[in-house]
Every structure is written in structure tokens, then in C-alpha cells.
Write a protein that binds this ligand. Sequence first.
Ligand code: HPA
Length: 262
Amino acid sequence: MSIHLAIIGGTGVYDPKLLGAVERLEVTTRYGTALLTQGIYQGEKVVFLARHGTEHGTPPHKINYRANMAALVKLGVSRVIATAAVGTLNEQMPPGSMVLLEQFLDFTKGREATFFDGGEAGVIHTDVTQPYCPQLKQFLQRAAQNAALELLDGGVYVCTEGPRFETPAEIKMFKMLGGDLVGMTNVPEVVLAREAGLCYSTVALCTNFAAGISPQELSHQEVLDVMEENVDKVRRLLAEVIPLLGEERSCQCQDLGHSILL
Ligand code: HPA
């Protein structure tokens, strides 16, 4: 049985009690080694990847995004659902809400952000007009409806370098530029997925109003607390979407991607 779905998320996003035949995998690629968990979830073989490492030990700017995504390709994964904690700039997307990402603005610095960095790998300019898979988004919307969960759409995600939070002036600028949500991990993850021809979608969970909008200073503990209070919604959404993924890929993601060196 090949593995079609990978879920990328923080701790607690999947319920270990619902996961059968759990196996740890260590997948080595030319970019480094990725640690993954494989199991049977809702009757399907699914791979889970804890983006920050199993103990949340890796900060966003040091995550080996290329090793993670290349490992998924090596395992034969075709669809990736990522979850992400985000700050919100948009009153229509208050803390506690779940939002499907639509576009991103990239404010990262110096990350390894491509599989095509010249030499043997070649130089390829990948189209990211639609960074997130439209079909996967439809499945997630359907799953949300089935589970009576509110899933907002159309989020513009601003990716910052971190690990510090933003200044209120930065948040003001991001808002003027059309940003709705701010986080530190979606770029280059989404870009690498698109380059490799994977279907990729992100469910963002708003954990706090961003700096200067929030009445108080930001803390990682607040992010963790709100994530914990709301993670059950994400879990329910994931459990509901898996049975819908039997349908063939009808999107362009595979055609827009390229084969990568593994
Ligand atoms: N900024 C950046 N990343 C985040 C935030 C934030 O306010 N909240 C959760 N992740």
C-alpha cells in the first residue's frame, strides 16, 4: 500500500489513540535526514511529520524544509496537508478560527528555499500563481461542512524569518500590503511542495492577534495555549477529510512541478 497523504503539523494535531500500526521512519535524502511517523489513520496509510522535530526543538529558520519535503517525495506522497499556528491581522479571522491559505507574502531571509539552485539540480522557475492546491482546498471545505466546522477561506499568509515576533510597525506594513495572517514556517514549505509537484494545502489556526493589534505582549505560551484549546477542531477536520481523498488528482499541481534530485 503506497502512502498518499502526509500531514505536517505540531504536536497534538493527530490523536495517537486513533493511529494504528505506528512506525518511526528515518528517511535520508541528499538534503539531510527527516524523521517521520507512519501509521494507519481512518483506514488509510498516512505519514506525519512534526515540522519542529519531535520535541519542538528546531526553530522555524533552522528547519530543514528541503529534507522534509524530499523525504515525502521519496515515500511516494502526493498530497500534503499542513497545519500552522498563526498570528492574525484580520478582525474577520479572530484567534480560535481556522483559515485555508490562499496566497503568501515572503519575508524570510537566507533560507534554503528551492530544489533548483543550479549545478546538477538545474535552474527552474516554478509557477506559484496558485501556491495552494485548489482540489485539496475543496476537500477540506467539504470536510469542514460535513463536520459542521467553520473553516474560513482566502487567507494571505505573511512569512517572517522569526524566531522573534514582529514589531507593531511591521504588522502595520504587512496589513497595508494585504496580509491577513503571520507565521514563520509556510515559506519555503509551500514553495518546495509546488516545485516537487505535490498537492499542498495549509489549515492555519489563529492563536493570537498580531503585535500592536493584541492588547498585550505576545508570548509563545499564549500561542501554545490557544493551539491546545483549538487543536481538536483541526483533528476533527483531518479525520473528516481523509475518506474524501480517494478521488483522483484533478488539479494541475503535478504538471506544474518537476522531478527533483533525491
Ligand atoms: N507571529 C508570527 N508567528 C506566529 C504568531 C505571530 O504573532 N503567532 C503564531 N505564530
